[in-house]
Ligand binder design. Structure first.
Ligand SMILES: Cc1cc2nc3c(=O)[nH]c(=O)nc-3n(C[C@H](O)[C@H](O)[C@H](O)COP(=O)(O)OP(=O)(O)OC[C@H]3O[C@@H](n4cnc5c(N)ncnc54)[C@H](O)[C@@H]3O)c2cc1C
Length: 401
């Protein structure tokens, strides 16, 4: 096959897929409706990087651990290659919500015997020392976690093999089709922006706006982050979470958040959401926000692309028109696919943690290379899972709950 792909969307998903294919010698046409990368969900000042352990080490926990480890390696490689990625491995303190949660956190550390560089349980005294604030509980301490500027990650991904990636900014794809062996991405006037044998949809929830992808159950979850003024050297200098998060000071501000509301299209900042973030901040660091008024805060709104089972969608897109809705359920491996059409999407609230691994997995699937994940996790993120009928699909969705 001609090693040439179109990628639609220049956020974490699209830039990760483009970087991984470009690293393998592929030529990429990257199409983005905004004037620059990272103008959508991936444009926050900073987000949190850390794994998500669970008692039963379920698929979400395993995928997130693999994503975290892969992300740390990828970020180190970008930095070593001279890319100006902005991130800080400050450590992440995830405080327990209450005593029951603290007991669960402790049990997870005992049972999972997590590698010492990934996870500890710290008591309240130790947590107070780490946060440099009189926090109300102990919790998990991830020394390898930290914060990441997602926009800088998108730009670094695109700059690393820049000569292989042709960017088309301020170009919105309105239609896709495949009249012969090439996929074409066309604008609203019908002009072809690019044509290639492989087309990768990394355009968040608008990926379902094309006729062949209308079956994808993508939704948007609005999130508002509040920006707090922060003096250099002020505390905390680690990320602290407790039903929300607050970052260390980055360029004179701290991010506190975030709200989460599904199917809420309001793009403007809301004072009520700032108030919600201040309440979360008070739960994390009691008294920290005293004197800060919600009406005075700046911030940013983004829309997280969400899948119903909260796992991402990475892989070849099923051919919905070729599947008989009354036929018994098919195995994923036998599902008819649209040749050359792929999806990298549905990152929800975990795009920073998952995107590097997702880009690598997608590139391996496109090039038929050995996969970086075990088969059950590859199936768990396969976009074809939403075309499985009846019992087989219900079992898959139940397993991740
Ligand atoms: C408030 C908030 C806090 C978050 N915090 C964290 C966190 O702490 N840790 C973490 O891991 N993750 C976090 N996330 C999640 C993470 O930011 C997202 O999962 C990630 O940014 C999604 O990346 P994406 O590339 O899929 O989407 P986007 O960044 O939205 O990229 C999609 C791109 O496609 C473009 N596009 C859409 N349609 C078209 C079209 N037709 N033609 C051309 N271009 C098109 C858009 O302009 C956009 O640039 C947070 C998200 C939000 C909103």
């Amino acid at each position: 096959m001609n090693a040439h792909a179109i990628v639609i969307g220049a956020g974490l998903a699209g830039s990760s897929a483009a970087e991984r294919l470009a690293a393998r010698g592929w030529k990429i046409d990257l199409i983005e409706r905004a004037h620059a990368p990272a103008q959508g969900a991936s444009g926050n000042v900073a987000g949190v990087l850390r794994p998500l352990p669970s008692l039963d080490d379920n698929r979400l926990a395993r995928l997130t651990r693999a994503g975290f480890e892969h992300a740390c390696r990828h970020f180190a490689a970008l930095t070593a290659a001279g890319q100006p990625l902005r991130w800080g491995q400050t450590g992440v303190l995830h405080l327990a919500r209450d005593e029951t949660h603290a007991a669960t956190q402790q049990r997870v550390v005992e049972i999972r015997k997590a590698a010492a560089d990934q996870l500890y349980f710290v008591d309240r005294q130790q947590a107070r020392k780490l946060a440099a604030w009189p926090v109300a509980s102990g919790g998990w301490w991830f020394p390898g976690g930290g914060w990441v500027d997602p926009g800088s990650l998108c730009r670094a991904n695109l700059a690393r093999y820049a000569t292989a990636i042709t960017t088309h900014y301020a170009a919105e794809v309105a239609q896709i089709d495949r009249p012969a062996d090439l996929w074409r991405a066309r604008n609203a006037a019908g002009d072809v922006i690019a044509a290639a044998p492989v087309l990768i949809l990394a355009n968040a929830t608008t990926a379902r706006h094309f006729a062949v992808t209308a079956h994808l159950p993508l939704r948007a979850a609005r999130g508002q982050v509040s920006h707090l003024a922060a003096a250099a050297g002020s505390v905390p200098d680690v990320v602290v979470c407790r039903l929300g998060y607050v970052t260390p000071a980055i360029d004179g501000l701290r991010c506190a958040g975030a709200t989460f509301s599904v199917d809420d299209g309001e793009a403007a900042l809301r004072e009520s959401d700032h108030a919600e973030n201040l309440a979360k901040l008070d739960f994390i660091l009691p008294g920290y926000g005293n004197g800060i008024q919600a009406r005075d805060l700046a911030g940013r709104v983004g829309f997280r692309p969400l899948s119903p089972d909260r796992l991402p969608m990475i892989g070849a897109i099923g051919d919905a028109a070729a599947i008989d809705p009354d036929a018994p359920s098919q195995a994923l491996a036998e599902m008819p696919r649209l040749p050359g059409l792929y999806l990298i999407n549905g990152f929800g609230a975990r795009g920073i943690v998952w995107s590097a691994l997702a880009g690598e997995l997608l590139a391996c699937l496109v090039t038929a290379a050995p996969l970086p994940l075990p088969d059950d996790l590859v199936d768990a993120v396969d976009p074809g899972r939403f075309l499985l009928r009846g019992r087989s699909r219900r079992q898959r969705v139940d397993k991740v709950r």
